[in-house]
Design a protein around this ligand. Structure first.
Ligand SMILES: [Zn+2]
Length: 314
């Protein structure tokens, strides 16, 4: 296949998923390995092995669930359990391919903008709702990651100064209100009121999955929890819109699809009401992302392909 662009690899806390990606963002061939957690040498060895199964001439894009520097330094990843690992440099000692790294959610945003629901649109924001909340920003057709590569951590936008404790250690982050985990916590807190009737009382585990299943079965309390989550997301999207004026805001991640019927309407309503110029301007379109788990692999590959292009590369 002549238009192969790169090898994209999405490194999460559970699996490292690799694929050959074409210039159009199509996936041609896939591989997968469990991610070694808390084992820097094991991580390097696993990724080198994965890369070694593909063409050594193709550039490699690594999208990693981590704070990643543009120099290929993996500064910190609670999910993968490593810090201060010069990952790109270590890989260059093992493989011949050029290696580029970026944060996994930024990779997913680029994938959606180039090959998914954002195709053809230059200004796109992605928010992912899963165990946590992630995000990425494409402005004027380019990823925005800041001078150290730590930008676009949209899950840690602070929506409530003295609010709930976030897994990052701060208080009041969006992630503490709108992640799959937070959806379960909201529900548990609401059920403290014994006058509320809900099938969720019988659940031992409570997360976005159980709450959206109950809402789909007609549970009014579960639906109200998700509506509340949509309002919190809407507050964050209104601020993002004021900062970036995106044309499109995509909601992706593992909990997005099932929660969308209750979450998306209050997001749209809150954004339309809270953005600057509400009433006379058109708010961004808010809709579901389309690539699912493949967004990160595709975006990581296209990022590496861009940087290897003699015109685009910097
Ligand atoms: Zn946080």
């Amino acid at each position: 296949v002549s238009d192969l662009a790169a090898i994209g690899i999405d490194v999460g806390g559970t699996n490292a998923r690799a694929a050959l990606v074409t210039r159009d963002g199509e996936i041609v061939e896939r591989r997968r390995r469990p991610t070694p957690v808390g084992d820097a040498d094991g991580l390097v060895a696993t990724l080198a092995q994965l890369i070694g199964e593909f063409d050594p001439a193709l550039p490699v894009g690594l999208g990693i669930a981590a704070l990643v520097g543009p120099d290929g330094m993996l500064h910190y990843s609670p999910n993968i359990g490593v810090r201060d690992l010069p990952l790109a440099e270590r890989l260059r000692a093992e493989v011949h391919n050029p290696v580029r790294m970026l944060n996994d959610a930024s990779a997913a945003a680029l994938g959606e903008q180039r090959a998914g629901a954002g195709r053809g649109i230059d200004d796109v924001v992605l928010l992912t709702i899963g165990t946590g909340v992630g995000g990425g920003v494409v402005a004027d057709g380019r990823l925005v990651m800041g001078h150290q590569g730590f930008g676009a951590e949209l899950g840690h936008l602070i929506v409530e100064p003295d609010g709930r404790r976030c897994p990052c250690g701060n208080r009041g982050c969006l992630e503490a209100y709108a992640s799959g985990t937070a959806i379960g916590l909201h529900a548990r807190e609401g059920l403290v009121d014994h006058s509320i009737a809900s099938s969720l009382r019988d659940e031992t585990e409570l997360s976005g999955r159980e709450v959206s299943a109950a809402a789909a079965a007609g549970d009014a309390f579960a639906a109200s929890v998700l509506t509340e989550v949509g309002r919190w997301l809407g507050i964050a999207v209104a601020s993002l819109t004021n900062a970036l004026d995106p044309k499109l805001v995509l909601i992706g991640g593992g909990a997005a699809q099932a929660t969308a019927p209750w979450v998306l309407p209050p997001v749209r309503e809150t954004v339309a009401r809270r953005i600057i110029g509400a009433g006379w301007r058109t708010p961004p379109t808010v809709q579901l992302a389309s690539l699912g788990d493949d967004a990160g692999v595709i975006g990581a590959g296209l990022h590496a392909a861009d940087l290897s292009d003699p015109v685009e590369g910097r």
